[in-house]
Ligand binder design. Structure first.
Ligand SMILES: NC(=O)C1=CN([C@@H]2O[C@H](COP(=O)(O)OP(=O)(O)OC[C@H]3O[C@@H](n4cnc5c(N)ncnc54)[C@H](O)[C@@H]3O)[C@@H](O)[C@H]2O)C=CC1
Ligand SMILES: C[N+](C)(C)CC(=O)CC(=O)[O-]
Length: 475
């Protein structure tokens, strides 16, 4: 009977990743950057070098998604066998190539060395019942199918299949949420789960379009990224089509476009034969389209775009942006020490401008966030605002001392410099975490406000006393 470790917050959790290729490497990054220790086993002598490249990309991208710091990065180790990697692990993620005989062999080795940890398989297409065929116990492996790049995209399709332990699936989902992912539990096992079934239909049609000489690989990509690809990222398929039905919604959409399903718009199950010539033609078109950049360069471009898209979705709380907001809320908030630490984060790339450094408007945001953290520390956070009282900033003076670049970790230390009646004076210092250099300072004057009258007002005696105590501590 498998279980998930009952370790408490603060205790290092350990994942074992078996197979450190494209997907295994992504899992390693996702776990490590969320504070888990990770042991990897991969017989490829180049595995460590390749993993380093994936990790460098992940470190440059994932932390930018958050308004708070991710936990301290975990420790990475390379094991010399499956058994060594999985012994004592709290989670095992199998990510070896998509061959059932190989998966059976590796899963049996995992099970022999660790009969307790849940074993997620990254398989794109195999059903859990197929994976379990070679195993001694009944339900120790389930499908945990991620999407590339695993360190940025939240979706993991979870398929337990018949006989899976519902409690373990529920706990597995909790673990995945803890590392910022979105587990989608699929109720029935089918070949290729949900998403790859959809993707394969699109892939088949795209191959036909190339094969029939209708479109090149580049034209097909433009058809996706200039139009429906953008829609899919934020509303998916059904919600998008509901809107496409106008005020009549889905009913009108189905009435209008339902008959098209019977027309020869698609070739579906008719698969173009992948002859050597056809494979070479696709390869040549793809080289002409994207060959100017190396795969690593393309990965970095992809990651930058994904970070920007995800951060835009986060602003609206839509789609994957909602997952990010929820994960942000679980990360440790600053708000300790004298002076008070009020911001700790990474500078996202969309905060930089044509001069290649953080734009001045973003300093305003950082210091505004710092003031919010002071308010929360004083017990004047969102609940206080909802009760009809708040602070307004009436004056800000920022000194830009050094350049701040994308990807840098910054922290803000804040002192209460004075508190007289309705007025609260703050002084913020923004530092580069790596060397403690002061990058900018900010003097801020806030005034306590009654949100009912929208005029300045004295804070109540309890808040006034907390402000006085903090000012005294910072004097
Ligand atoms: N590439 C993709 O877009 C996606 C792949 N997947 C699934 O993830 C799994 C892995 O696929 P990729 O990472 O793309 O393949 P890959 O070829 O990039 O990586 C597989 C890795 O497994 C290693 N390996 C081979 N035999 C091994 C063994 N006995 N023990 C440990 N490691 C071994 C290889 O050296 C290689 O580094 C497959 O099941 C695939 O279906 C899932 C989502 C997306
Ligand atoms: C091509 N693929 C079947 C391996 C793709 C996936 O499984 C998911 C993805 O990341 O597209």
């Amino acid at each position: 009977m498998m279980r998930i470790s009952g370790k408490m917050k603060g205790q290092a959790m350990r994942a074992a990743v078996i197979g450190g290729g494209v997907i295994g490497g992504g899992w390693v990054a996702r776990f490590l950057l969320n504070g888990w220790d990770v042991a990897v086993f991969d017989p490829d002598p180049e595995a460590e070098r390749k993993l380093d490249a994936v990790l460098a990309n992940a470190r440059a991208a994932l932390p930018m998604l958050y308004e708070r710091s991710l936990p301290k990065e975990g420790r990475l180790s390379f094991a010399s066998s499956v058994a060594e990697a999985v012994t004592g692990a709290d989670w095992v993620q199998e990510s070896v190539p998509e061959r059932l005989d190989l998966k059976h062999r590796v899963l049996a080795e995992i099970e022999a060395a660790n009969a307790e940890a849940p074993i997620g398989s990254s398989t794109s297409g195999f059903k859990p019942s197929e994976l379990r065929e070679g195993m001694a116990t009944d339900a120790s492996v389930f499908v945990a199918h991620p999407f590339n790049p695993v360190y940025l995209l939240p979706l993991v399709e979870i398929v337990g299949g018949e006989g899976a332990d519902a409690g373990v699936i529920a706990r597995a989902c909790e673990v995945l949420r803890g590392i910022g992912m979105y587990p989608l539990v699929i109720r029935a096992e089918i070949d290729a789960h949900i998403a790859d079934r959809l993707l394969e239909a699109v892939w088949r049609e795209a191959l036909w379009l190339v094969k029939d000489g209708i479109a090149t690989t580049g034209e097909i990509d433009e058809a996706i990224r200039m139009g429906f690809g953008l829609r899919w990222a934020q509303m998916g398929l059904f919600e998008t089509y509901r809107i496409a039905g106008g005020e009549g919604g889905m009913a009108h959409f189905v009435a209008q476009f339902g008959p098209c399903l019977a027309w020869p718009w698609t070739k579906l199950m008719d698969v173009p034969e992948m002859t050597d010539d056809f494979a070479a033609e696709i390869g040549a078109q793809s080289d002409a389209q994207s060959g100017a950049l190396s795969i690593r360069e393309l990965e970095r471009l992809r990651d930058k775009n994904l970070v920007a898209i995800l951060r835009a979705l986060k602003r609206e709380g839509s789609g994957a942006g909602r997952v990010l907001l929820e994960h942000d809320a679980t990360l440790d908030a600053p708000g300790e020490g004298v002076p008070l630490e009020t911001v700790r984060r990474v500078v996202p790339s969309d905060w930089t401008d044509y001069n290649g450094h953080m734009n001045e408007s973003r300093y305003g945001q950082v210091f505004s966030d710092a003031a919010d953290a002071v308010m929360a520390h004083l017990g004047a956070g969102p609940d206080y605002v909802a009760s009809g009282q708040s602070f307004f900033t009436v004056e800000t003076r920022i000194s830009y001392l050094m350049e701040t670049r994308a990807g840098e970790r910054i922290r803000v230390a804040t002192r209460v410099m004075g508190a007289e009646g309705k007025k609260l004076r703050l002084f913020h210092e923004m530092e580069r975490e790596a060397d403690g250099s002061v990058l900018a300072t900010c003097e801020q004057l806030l005034v306590h406000v009654d949100l009912g009258t929208r005029r300045s007002s004295l804070p109540g005696p309890d808040l006034a006393e907390r402000i006085r105590a903090l000012a005294a501590a910072h004097a």
